[in-house]
Design a protein around this ligand. Structure first.
Ligand code: AHR
Length: 324
């Protein structure tokens, strides 16, 4: 009898310890991550950064959905996250519009949405908690400011003679395409001789960048400046320029955005002139934001990333330490 009493007491203690441990152990937070696709090296770096950062904290379980560049896939993925009652959604929007209803559904289900990189349109921003990433307007302005100085210093721009510009735009309707075009024009408007004669969507891919640049050059072999909304399109365009018998970086001044290793190498090789950094390594910041959310902290409405500009003066020194 005494023995049974001891056993029962031990079982009771063990149960108490287990239940205290269950209360103390944080519940695994399930996070749904809806990514656009893999259109550029920058995007791939972003995906890996988020996946790696969440994998380092085992109080999180990440569900990953690759939309393969299709908005309908992305909306489906968001609906499936809502149906599975995830604790939080991390999301980057292919284009700005068209997500209002699904974001409203997430809000009704009390699932917080943390946006990274690409935001949704103003009218839908009330359905998400925060956005972290780059200032795309500022990136476009950096492009304009860098060109203003470079073209003047090189004697290409005397302030009056018309200069023939081409622009490879990112995916139509996406936040970076809209904002980079705007930012660039904010500066270009003060240079009336800058003539943006060619501007077309190259969908942020190298193959489209090459194809569109080929068409531009067929129409107008006298293009003097190319602004590509990302490095991937610039790298495709460099091929097209070479195949047209011209020297990229010399006959045509080239500037693009992202700061991928390939763009750095092109600058070092003299085939491109500048890349404005758009930092895709958002994983650690995304995890911190979701952690703060779980801990009941209030997130700032906007979390900016810090970025630089690289040209022939600093690209070679920075290239060995580039992470993407
Ligand atoms: O949203 C950021 C942009 O998307 C990057 O500049 C581009 O490379 C990517 O695909």
């Amino acid at each position: 009898m005494k023995r049974w009493g001891k056993i029962l007491a031990l079982v009771a203690v063990a149960m108490m310890v287990l239940s205290v441990a269950a209360i103390a152990a944080p519940k695994t937070w399930v996070v749904g991550f809806s990514q656009i696709g893999s259109e550029s090296e920058c995007r791939t770096a972003d995906t890996h950064s988020v996946q790696d950062a969440f994998a380092q904290d085992d109080s999180f379980a990440l569900m990953y959905a690759d939309a393969q560049q299709k908005q309908e896939n992305q909306i489906k993925a968001l609906r499936s996250f809502i149906a599975r009652k995830v604790d939080c959604i991390v999301f980057t929007a292919l284009v700005e519009t068209g997500y209002g209803p699904v974001l409203q559904e997430a809000q009704k289900a009390h699932i917080p949405v943390v946006m990274i990189d690409r935001d949704v349109a103003k009218e839908d921003q009330k359905y998400r908690l925060t956005i972290m990433g780059s200032d795309f307007i500022k990136e476009g302005e950096k492009v304009g400011n860098w060109l203003a100085k470079y073209l003047k210093d090189k004697g290409i721009d005397d302030g009056t003679t018309p200069i023939d510009f081409a622009e490879l735009q990112g995916t139509t309707g996406s936040a970076p395409a809209i904002d980079r075009a705007q930012g660039f024009r904010n500066i270009a408007k003060d240079h009336p001789n800058w003539q943006i004669k060619h501007s077309q969507d190259g969908d942020f891919t190298s193959s489209q960048g090459k194809q569109v640049m080929e068409a531009f050059l067929k129409d107008d072999p006298k293009i003097q400046v190319l602004f590509a909304h990302n490095d991937q399109m610039a790298l495709g365009a460099i091929q097209a320029i070479k195949e047209a018998g011209l020297q990229p970086g010399k006959d045509i001044t080239i500037i693009s955005i992202d700061g991928v290793k390939g763009a750095f190498q092109a600058i070092v090789n003299g085939e491109s002139n500048c890349t404005v950094e758009c930092n895709p390594l958002l994983g650690p910041q995304a995890v911190q934001a979701v952690r703060d959310l779980r801990d009941g902290k209030k997130l700032p409405a906007r979390i900016w990333t810090i970025e630089s500009v690289y040209d022939a003066s600093n690209a070679a020194a920075a290239l060995p330490t580039r992470q993407y």
